[in-house]
Write a new protein. Structure first.
Length: 317
């Protein structure tokens, strides 16, 4: 059994189907282009590597990561020195899997405070609802804090999700101090013994110093209320922005310790290769991936499911 088959067999059907559907746009582009290289395949030569490079860049893997993938592939494929297209592609997929490494999600420890940070429009509020839904399904008691006090609609949006999820939402005053919302929420969390608190914050990038001060204060005040908090700072990135997302991430990494990435809107883009760039360049794991606007459309990130979603159809069965 080849590498691709073995990772496919390791997945649950539902997981595989969700990733196949969510990565449809990326796969239509990436897998079809690579498949078309099989027509004139004469082995790993300059032409083939050049074409591969172009396809990786079009999937928004980024030049740095694409170079690394190709270098590793050449090394591994050279040992194989096979002119069989399928086995070479299996080798390429294996290289991508090795470069990403292990999956990482959240620790199984509770109580847990999670802060969502990121630029407006990236999907923080929706992700707060999706995470709350996921924890609720796992039998955890969950609450959310609407700490994005800068947009009137933002708190209401989270409150509406909370009503649908039948969970508590701690809100503040419009233009109030986001940190004081978090303090209230942490105190409420202790009062009702909740397992998980998810804080939805505002992500203004205009002024780095302000952003840094604000994020630091939020972290400080939650740490004062609950030991070890915030347990996870998750940076929410919009996959449709591709390589720009990497630049955004660098700013947030300078201002706040980021423990993981939530990559949203994967369903709406062909730039699915950005996952590989995030891990390679930022060194931060993608912990969750968003496949749509509904509360069910979030999955813990799984590198094997991702590679199946991206590459299904390239290797002939
Ligand atoms: N297609 C798609 N849309 C999403 C996803 N996540 C969020 N959105 C949409 O992106 C828009 C902005 O999301 P929102 O949560 O308000 O972003 P925020 O400003 O960071 O809080 C909304 O219209 C969401 O429905 C996703 O995974 N897929
Ligand atoms: Mg929001």
């Amino acid at each position: 059994m080849g590498f691709f088959d073995s990772i496919k067999k390791s997945l649950f059907k539902e997981e595989k189907d969700t990733y196949l559907e969510g990565l449809g746009k990326s796969r239509n582009s990436f897998a079809n282009k690579i498949r078309s290289l099989s027509l004139n395949f004469k082995g790993i030569d300059e032409d083939f590597l050049e074409n591969l490079m172009e396809i990786l860049l079009e999937a928004d893997v980024g030049i740095h990561t694409a170079n690394k993938i190709l270098a590793n592939f050449e090394k591994k494929a050279g040992k194989l020195s096979s002119k069989d297209f399928n086995s070479q592609i299996e080798c390429l997929i294996e290289v991508m899997a090795e470069m990403y490494g292990e999956n990482q999600t959240l620790s199984p420890d509770y109580p847990k405070v999670i802060l969502l940070v990121g630029v407006n429009g990236n999907g923080k509020t929706t992700t707060a609802a999706k995470l709350a839904h996921m924890f609720k399904n796992e039998g955890k008691s969950v609450m959310v804090a609407a700490a994005d006090t800068f947009r009137a609609g933002a708190m209401e949006q989270l409150d509406n999700w909370a009503k649908r999820l039948e969970i508590e939402c701690v809100k503040g005053r419009e233009n109030g101090d986001p940190s004081s919302v978090l303090v209230d929420a942490c105190r409420r969390m202790k009062e009702i013994n909740a397992d998980v608190l998810i804080g939805d914050t505002a992500g203004r990038l205009q002024n780095k110093t302000n952003l840094m001060n604000e994020l630091n204060k939020m972290k400080r005040v939650t740490a004062r209320e609950i030991e070890g908090a915030p347990h996870d700072v998750l940076l929410v990135l919009d996959a449709t922005t591709g390589q720009n997302g990497i630049e955004q991430a660098k700013v947030f990494m300078e201002t706040a310790a980021v423990d993981g990435i939530v990559l949203t809107k994967m369903d709406g883009t062909a730039k699915g290769g950005v996952v590989l760039a995030i891990k390679d360049i930022l060194g931060i794991p993608v912990k969750y991936i968003g496949f749509g606007e509904r509360m069910e459309d979030l999955r813990p990130f799984d590198i094997n499911a991702y590679l199946v979603g991206l590459c299904e159809g390239i290797v002939n069965e």
